[in-house]
Design a protein. Structure first.
Length: 454
């Protein structure tokens, strides 16, 4: 009970201050309860031997409390404060608001219990209904919800861009590149603890489930993505192919390499259909008067899950596909075509959204789904992932004009495929390139917009 009171004080303090460290007076109050709990613990519980099968739940509880007490009262309170601070303390820029119903409540006492070696079970019933298929992931050991933040009137825009980030600093350049693009922006997971790739798709599901109406939803990584086109240009390119409903960026490598994913190489007919679909997209990004290509898009045959877009129904179908795989109990996506028994006895060891995307696309190409496309040329979305450097781009001449005055300033050419993409993901070996690009073309993510001020 004393530990519970200490935890309550910590949570209450952070709920009140939210963006500031826990006040010293609250730490002192929590510390008093911790000291009280430790003083009340009988000396015979100062060690915590392995309990026998007949041990009562009360004995288990006392053993855990003593294990915590051995940390010392001051250390415990520090852990409580840090645990709460990891989720509650952080920058939330004034341009964003928390979507009602997505408030996150960190469980700092559970953090301390785990540190002390005790197991912690999160009740599935406390997780929002739309996120319960993801209840087995470690994210729920520390959180009760996936927070969704959004710009003002985000749902009023036809294009909504969604990204997942645990800190504002990681998302600031991405956000700056979206200012003035006439899009709604949503960031999930802000000020939570990162638990793995699954957090990204949980965030996407949370954002989608708390958004009304149909939109063109764009999902991207945030640390290494820049947006170049305004909403109307992005819509024009998407709508240029009437049947287009789902579009993923591409990369040269089929990743991750896990048991079952090598089957994708042998899907000759599906891969040929994939290439045919991509040819339909190439023309929408070609630059007038600039047709020279250093190589074709044929080398970029695999999906990159860090940049893709879909209409609502198509996005729901993709997430349903992933969540159906999770029902198999492996907390990972099953490579398309892999027998379920093989997957259960030697499949992917951990969740990887890249595998989920490639597996889903291969399933759709195998079914000749006319609405699903892989952007092999980067005509709309370019994921470089191939060692690209600033030398592989051509930047418009910049004379200091406000980048919002001319849309041409925010478009860059990609020499390898002759296109001007609407967004660029500097992934993999190209990750370091983003800052080099911003040194050449700072107008792509102006410093003035990185604070997230309303």
């Amino acid at each position: 009970a004393a530990f519970a009171r200490a935890s309550t004080i910590t949570n209450t303090a952070h709920a009140r201050t939210h963006t500031a460290p826990m006040p010293p007076r609250d730490i002192e109050r929590a510390d008093a309860h911790v000291v009280d709990a430790c003083e009340r613990t009988p000396l015979q519980h100062q060690t915590s031997p392995s309990p026998s099968p007949s041990s009562s739940s009360s004995s288990h509880s006392k053993g855990r409390v003593v294990a915590i007490c051995t940390l010392g009262a001051t250390a415990l309170v520090s852990l409580l404060a840090v645990a709460a601070g990891d989720a509650a303390v952080g920058v939330v820029p004034s341009a964003l608001r928390l979507v009602p119903g997505t408030e996150n409540v960190l469980q700092p006492l559970d953090q301390v219990k785990r540190f002390a070696g005790a197991s912690v079970t999160t009740s599935t019933s406390s997780i929002p209904q739309y996120l319960r298929p993801w209840s087995g992931f470690t994210f729920w050991n520390s959180h009760k919800n996936m927070p969704v933040y959004e710009t003002e009137n985000a749902d009023a825009h036809e294009v909504i861009v969604i990204g997942h980030s645990t800190t504002w600093d990681m998302a600031s350049k991405w956000f700056a590149s979206l200012v003035g693009k006439n899009v709604g922006v949503k960031i999930t997971g802000l000020n939570t603890k990162y638990s793995g790739f699954a957090d990204k798709l949980m965030g996407l599901r949370a954002a989608l489930s708390t958004t009304k109406g149909d939109h063109l939803f764009v999902f991207s990584d945030v640390t290494d993505v820049l947006f170049l086109c305004k909403a109307d240009e992005l819509l024009n390119r998407f709508n240029a192919v009437p049947e287009l409903r789902f579009l993923s960026s591409s990369q040269p490598k089929n990743w991750p390499e896990v048991p079952g994913s090598n089957r994708f190489y042998d899907m000759t007919d599906a891969n040929a259909f994939k290439d045919e679909q991509s040819q339909k997209i190439h023309a929408v990004g070609l630059t007038k008067g600039f047709v020279k290509k250093e190589h074709t898009g044929s080398e970029r045959k695999w999906a990159n899950s860090g940049l893709f877009a879909a209409r609502r129904q198509a996005l729901e179908t993709y997430l349903d596909h992933v969540e159906d795989d999770l029902k198999l109990g492996m907390r990972a996506c099953k490579p398309y075509g892999m027998p379920t028994d093989d997957f259960l006895h030697g499949g992917a060891a951990k969740f990887d959204d890249q595998l989920c995307m490639n597996s889903y696309l291969q399933s759709r190409f195998d079914q000749r789904d006319q609405g699903v496309f892989l952007d092999e040329f980067g005509a709309v979305f370019l994921s470089t992932g191939d060692g690209s450097s600033p030398q592989h781009f051509i930047f418009p001449e910049y004379n200091g004009t406000d980048r919002s005055a001319s849309d041409d300033l925010t478009k860059i050419w990609y020499k390898r495929t002759g296109v001007r993409p609407c967004a660029v993901h500097f992934n993999g070996a190209s990750h370091y390139v983003l800052d080099s690009v911003l040194n050449v073309a700072p107008y792509l993510a102006p410093e003035a917009y990185r604070s997230g001020a309303a």
